[in-house]
Ligand binder design. Structure first.
Ligand code: SAH
Length: 257
């Protein structure tokens, strides 16, 4: 069934007030007619079975729906922005895998200088991917920020997280990892397997570097702030591949039973 994201203020039960663009999408693009059903979701964990009505720009809620396919721990990815269209490629993939928040970071070797329009575009890409993969939460794309600021904000202390994290007590300290392609670190899989049962609800924060890799000072700075260095295997992964691999390992551990 087709999905549509609405803003909370568009719902005055039992009515949903559609914007012209949403109406156009439902009626012209998806070719729904009066009485046809679709799923309306607010991106914050609520969704409803709805149907188009005869009234202009209006739909009616038939029933609230309950589904839960979000990860039990919120995962926040700090991604040193790859150049070119790298973010466009990786954002749908990490959204499909269940990321809660994406923090694009500018590191010493980051080449991309994104415009504000880029960030809006990224949020749109993420919303569409979330709808497609039937997520209840639409991941948040934060504004790009310097690496050190992001590391400090998301380090393993009790930190204010988004409301996408309603499954955890606000005081859970995050488990923080930095993926390092060289040097001897433990594998992320082994680390997660040993640590997960001790912190079953805490956020997981993972930082991945740009094409040129992290500088030594960046890795040292992250470790000083409480980030544990981890490897994703013996081969060097591309900057667009590493976040996807890291998140796949997380989902496997969190959903293994
Ligand atoms: N050009 C760099 C590689 C950068 S790879 C070099 O040759 O050293 C881009 C980022 O992906 C890295 O900073 C790291 O965060 C992540 N990454 C790639 N391969 C990895 C691996 N095997 N283990 C952990 N992280 C990896």
């Amino acid at each position: 069934m087709q999905r549509l994201t609405i803003a909370p203020e568009q719902l005055t039960p039992p009515h949903i007030h559609l914007t012209t663009a949403q109406h156009h999408y439902l009626c012209r693009v998806l070719r729904l007619r009066v009485g046809d059903r679709f799923i309306a979701m607010d991106g914050g964990g609520h969704w409803w079975l709805a149907a188009l009505t005869e009234a202009p720009l209006q739909a009616v809620v038939l029933e609230a729906m309950h589904a839960h396919n979000e990860l039990p721990r919120p995962v926040i990815l700090l991604i040193a922005m790859p150049k070119g269209g790298g973010m466009d490629d990786l954002l749908p993939q990490v959204t499909e895998l269940g990321v809660a928040e994406i923090v694009p970071v500018v590191s010493d070797r980051t080449l991309l200088k994104p415009s504000p329009q880029k960030v809006e575009r990224w949020q749109r890409i993420v919303r569409e991917a979330a709808e497609q993969s039937e997520r209840q939460h639409i991941p948040i794309v934060h504004p790009p920020q310097p690496l050190m600021d992001a590391l400090k904000r998301w380090r393993g202390e009790a930190s204010p997280m988004s409301d996408a994290t309603d499954c955890l007590p606000p005081t859970s300290p995050a488990s923080c990892y930095i993926c390092t392609e060289r040097g001897v670190s433990r594998h992320l899989l082994g680390v997660l397997l040993t640590q997960h049962s001790a912190t079953p609800a805490a956020p997981i924060v993972i930082a991945t570097g740009p094409e040129g890799g992290w500088t030594e000072a960046e890795v040292a700075g992250a470790i000083a702030l409480g980030f544990q260095p981890v490897t994703l295997g013996r081969r060097i992964l591309r900057a667009v591949t590493a976040p996807v691999v890291a998140l796949s390992l997380v989902t496997a551990v969190l959903e293994q039973d």
